[in-house]
Design a protein around this ligand. Structure first.
Ligand SMILES: N[C@@H](CCC(=O)N[C@@H](CS)C(=O)NCC(=O)O)C(=O)O
Length: 265
């Protein structure tokens, strides 16, 4: 990025990066990279809401890419802040995440994650493997997560989505069966991989960035990890990752008690 390099040169010549560091050959590039990532992070603005999985995935990607100092604006769903003028000016749907880097606005969460990976390719974790063959599985899991999310929401948010007069026990039962089938599928994916694997194999990848917030939401809604042990182990593994810990939804930290909505599935 030419403008960033120019900015660094200016910092260097103005003495902000000290003369002593110029002699520490090995240290200088590291310091440069650190200064560079701080400068770049300052250009990023994210509107987000606590507990929103699409917001969380962008936050995980930002952490993985060492963009820790981005401008972060938490909004309250309760107070409808995501429908306020600041968000609407950037995102006509009034949804979060709303993401901006310089003049570039990317509001679809998966698109924002992919943008961060391309834009900061050599910074922080590599989230898309070089091998196209390996990319295939990462992409497959990233996008089938949308189906998993739909099946989960049809159960856990049934009452929220469906007006009282239109609810049917039989419809909810069918939605639960569909979710059970989906959970068994994801459990079978994990069973085919070595123990301690991430969603697309040995390395943490964009598949985990995109899907983990939904696995965490399943656990929060009471996923029976005795019935889905590999999903449970996967959750335990990824929840300890620094990027995930740093971005954990604050309201769930305050109220860590899991629900039992899907315990029976
Ligand atoms: N397609 C969007 C969906 C984002 C989304 O559904 N955000 C929710 C919060 S989790 C939202 O803002 N809902 C408010 C609304 O739709 O009015 C993405 O993945 O980025």
């Amino acid at each position: 990025d030419v403008s960033a390099v120019r900015m660094l040169r200016a910092l260097y010549s103005s003495g902000t990066v000290s003369v002593v560091e110029q002699t520490e050959r090995a240290v200088v590039p590291l310091r440069f990279l650190l200064v560079l990532s701080i400068l770049m992070a300052e250009d990023i603005l994210l509107y987000w809401g606590s507990g929103s999985p699409p917001c969380w995935r962008v936050m995980i990607a930002l952490e993985e890419k060492n963009l820790h100092g981005y401008k972060s604006k938490p909004l309250s769903f309760k107070q409808q802040e995501h429908k306020g003028p600041e968000v609407l000016a950037l995102n006509p749907r009034g949804q979060i995440p709303t993401f901006k880097h310089g003049d570039i606005v990317v509001n679809e969460s998966i698109a924002a994650c992919m943008y961060l990976e391309s834009r900061f390719k050599s910074q922080g974790s590599q989230l898309m493997p070089d091998s196209v063959t390996e990319q295939a599985l990462v992409l497959q899991r990233m996008f089938e997560c949308i189906t998993m999310q739909k099946k989960m929401y049809d159960v856990v948010f049934y009452e929220w989505f469906v007006p009282e007069g239109e609810r049917h026990e039989s419809a909810l039962k069918r939605n639960k069966e569909n979710l059970t089938t989906e959970l068994k599928l994801w459990e079978s994916y994990m069973q085919k991989l070595d123990k301690g694997s991430y969603l697309a194999g040995k390395s943490f990848s964009m598949a985990d960035v995109v899907c983990f917030p939904y696995i965490a939401l399943l656990v929060w809604f009471g996923l029976n990890t005795e019935r889905y042990p590999r999903l449970g182990e996967y959750y335990e593994l990824v929840k300890e990752r620094p990027s995930v810990k740093a971005s954990w939804p604050p309201h769930r930290l305050e109220n860590p008690q899991n629900q039992d909505t899907i315990k029976g599935l």
